[in-house]
Design a protein around this ligand. Sequence first.
Ligand code: MF3
Ligand code: CO
Ligand code: CO
Length: 250
Amino acid sequence: MITIKSQREIALMREAGCLAAQTLDMIAAYIKPGVSTEELNQICHDFIVSHDAYPAPLNYKGFPKSICTSVNEVICHGIPSEQVILKDGDIINIDVTAIKHGYHGDTNRTYFVGEPSPEVRQLVEFTHEVTMKAISIVRPGIRVGDIGHLIQTEAEARGYGVVREFTGHGLGRKFHEPPSIYHYGKPGTGAKIRKGMTFTIEPMINLGSHELHVLDDGWTAVTNDGKWSAQFEHSIAVTDDGYEILTLSA
Ligand code: MF3
Ligand code: CO
Ligand code: CO
């Protein structure tokens, strides 16, 4: 069942979302060649906990760490590790979900480690732009398929692959609630968007094919062709005539 949030609940989600965004602001200074993804995990964990919140991924369905760190050909759900050391030219997505006052705020960004290749820079910049463009069409009355169609059309026109296996999702008291927000689809189809719904939009866009597999650790999703993948994510609330981004730091 899709839950409709009250103004009071949306205010609490704004607080959780703001903290998640501030975590992403804070961690940017630490993303440099030589740092391990476990160090980034520890810094984010301490920041979240010190703000009277809890990192939702930790122990979620057995996930062992507090954030997801997805480097280069890792699409999502990368597990922080002392063995994964960033190097110049890499890209890394950091996905933070904070629980505060019982409500979730879920957001991610893809960062450059030093200077990426031009084609990778274009991929990351495009993925951010298409995420914001998809958010901008949200208002009561549109359908989930309208969001997916916009993202798929723009990505495929540039020859990029759109990941199918992972979607945006409703969130609130739960980390993942209905509806699923597909990043591909047909206009005018799927669940109708209504005022008070809260959900994420978080397209994963690949330089090559959309096909993926999950590693033996049960979490890490990587591209089948080894080409790199980018992602951005915001949590949003549907308002009377549009949307509010809940995961802004300012
Ligand atoms: N934050 C991710 C999302 O955007 C979910 C991570 S689940 C975890 O939905 F267990 F891998 F942390
Ligand atoms: Co999410
Ligand atoms: Co997330």
